[in-house]
Ligand binder design. Structure first.
Ligand SMILES: [Zn+2]
Length: 245
């Protein structure tokens, strides 16, 4: 199925936390949105790959995705190999998304960094006729990077005030990761995501970026290339003013 936007994550829940509000907003506008997760999350401290697959499907329903899929790269060992590039190229050629979302290339989790490199390289290679997969070549218009733990100087911030509630509902679909439990239990397994205040920190971050653009909630994105404009007067019209006069 052809998609308007396709977001790649290393693990189920990465995409929801980082840009779930934007994906929900896009789906609400009528765009066809998909998410592809490279691993099954079997190395996660919490949950199992079976539970995470079910939660991924629940979250996809909440976000109104037109497509969602898990690939089978080994969790904790996502590597930039030709075999893995081909998996991404095949996905791009079968969904033909106009834009692709990928993790920011600087991150504390090596899988996130490798996913960023893999998606960027595959997005280019997918346009080459001589990379043969039995599908016509296809190159997305843009690779857009979302932030996870590290700050990125955003190229733009999407107003997610209207979709933040649905984003948090999608995040909470990952019950094994974020279920509310006592602080003692969370501290025992030592995970950051299991801490009771983790979801609050996501909300705080979204409010922080919303503050940058004068809205309640926002999600930041980075593009590598300068953005080409034909008409800055039109582009910076009333809709995009920081605050309406
Ligand atoms: Zn992750």
């Amino acid at each position: 199925m052809d998609l308007d936007a396709l977001a790649f994550g290393a693990h189920a829940d990465d995409v929801e936390l980082a840009c779930g509000g934007t994906l929900v907003a896009l789906a609400t506008l009528g765009h066809k949105i998909g998410v592809i997760v490279l691993t099954r999350g079997e190395m996660g401290t919490r949950g199992s790959s079976r539970i995470r697959a079910r939660e991924f499907a629940d979250s996809a329903r909440v976000m109104g995705l037109a497509a969602h899929r898990m690939l089978d790269m080994p969790d904790g060992r996502v590597e930039v190999t030709w075999t893995n590039k081909l998996k991404i190229i095949k996905a791009l050629r079968s969904h033909r998304p106009k834009v692709v979302f990928a993790p920011y290339w600087v991150d504390r989790h090596p899988d996130h960094e490798q996913t960023s490199h893999l998606v960027r390289q595959a997005a280019y290679l997918s346009g080459l006729v001589k990379v043969e997969t039995g599908q016509p070549p296809f190159r997305p218009h843009k690779v857009i990077y979302y932030a996870s733990r590290f700050e990125l100087g955003p190229s733009f911030i999407v107003d997610i005030s209207g979709s933040h509630g649905q984003k948090m509902k999608a995040v909470r679909a990952y019950k094994s990761q974020f279920h509310a439990q006592g602080r003692a239990e969370a501290e025992k397994d030592g995970t950051l995501v299991g801490r009771p205040d983790f979801l609050e920190s996501i909300e705080t971050r979204d409010r922080h970026y919303g503050g940058h653009i004068g809205t309640k909630y926002g999600e930041p994105f980075l593009v590598r290339e300068a953005i080409k404009l034909k008409d800055p007067v039109e582009f910076f019209g009333p809709e995009y003013l920081w605050a309406r006069p």
